[in-house]
Design a protein around this ligand. Structure first.
Ligand SMILES: Nc1ncnc2c1ncn2[C@@H]1O[C@H](COP(=O)(O)OP(=O)(O)OP(=O)(O)O)[C@@H](O)[C@H]1O
Ligand SMILES: [Mg+2]
Length: 250
């Protein structure tokens, strides 16, 4: 592991606060994502993991604190810069919905059309679509409709749709939830291979201890609205703190 002091920081979150009415979900959350690392965030259901990631991508506004993505402050970004940053940050939503009325090809072309600035006007997007499908092992599905795909395949296609813009950062919100253990393992292996191939920096929100063990370079537990503890899987899983050890009991 390279010394973290000299590693480039892709994302810095400082003292993030976010409430909905009286309900303070994030209460001074801090986080740094280093270049090339996979950072796993765990926390109980309702602890604010998805909210945190939505603030990070600017889908939700935050009350206070700062978010810096690749040296740019999210609050000070104009619409064009925010759009540009969004092409560098891929987001695999919780549930990872595909557009049901669009074919796999059309689903993958969608981000290309939306962020035309990144690759310019494309006469034929097929090579990019095929490359993304090949990296998730499903090139044969290009003309299929989502209803013709299994849950695991849909998740892979959603991942391909995230990859097509060749993002520097990928945010995964519960990438294995709802999948059987074998399919979950395949998705986690795929995430790892993508990480190795594209050298992306990733944030992975998961409840899946096996996924965390396999993929995490570092982990943060989000408890009581803060970054309660940070460390490697081995460090955190040995913790005596009952709030921490509860996550690792099987
Ligand atoms: N748009 C919203 N309006 C009001 N409350 C919200 C909104 N979005 C989220 N919340 C609340 O914020 C809290 C955190 O929600 P969040 O979705 O981040 O949880 P989570 O940690 O992702 O949980 P899970 O593991 O179940 O996905 C919850 O109490 C939720 O009800
Ligand atoms: Mg969530």
């Amino acid at each position: 592991m390279i010394n973290s002091e000299v590693r480039k920081k892709m994302v810095i979150i400082k003292d993030l606060v976010k409430s909905y009415g009286e309900h303070r979900v994030l209460n001074g959350f801090n986080m740094e994502l280093y270049e090339g690392e996979t950072l796993v965030i765990m926390g109980k259901s309702g602890s604010g993991k998805s909210v945190m990631i939505k603030c990070l991508i600017g889908l939700e506004s935050h009350d206070s604190g700062t978010i810096t993505i690749m040296n740019k402050n999210l609050d000070k970004m104009d619409a064009d810069t925010l759009n540009e940053i969004r092409t560098e940050v891929g987001f695999l939503f919780q549930g990872s919905a595909l557009y049901d009325s669009m074919s796999v090809r059309e689903n993958l072309e969608f981000p290309l059309r939306r962020h035309i600035g990144k690759f310019g006007e494309l006469d034929d997007a097929t090579p990019l679509v095929m490359e993304a499908l090949e990296s998730v092992g499903l090139p044969q599905t290009i003309e299929l409709m989502p209803e013709e795909l299994s849950g695991g395949m849909k998740r892979r296609i959603a991942l391909a749709r995230t990859l097509i813009l060749k993002p520097k950062i990928i945010l995964y919100d519960e990438p294995t939830t709802g999948l059987d253990p074998i399919t979950s393992k395949e998705i986690v292996l795929l995430m790892k291979s993508i990480q190795d191939k594209y050298k992306t920096s990733s944030i992975v929100i998961t409840h899946d201890v096996d996924c965390a063990r396999f993929i995490a370079d570092r982990m943060i537990l989000l408890i009581d609205g803060i970054n309660y503890i940070t460390g490697t899987f081995a460090e955190l899983s040995k913790s005596d703190d009952p709030k921490v050890s509860a996550f690792f009991k099987t």
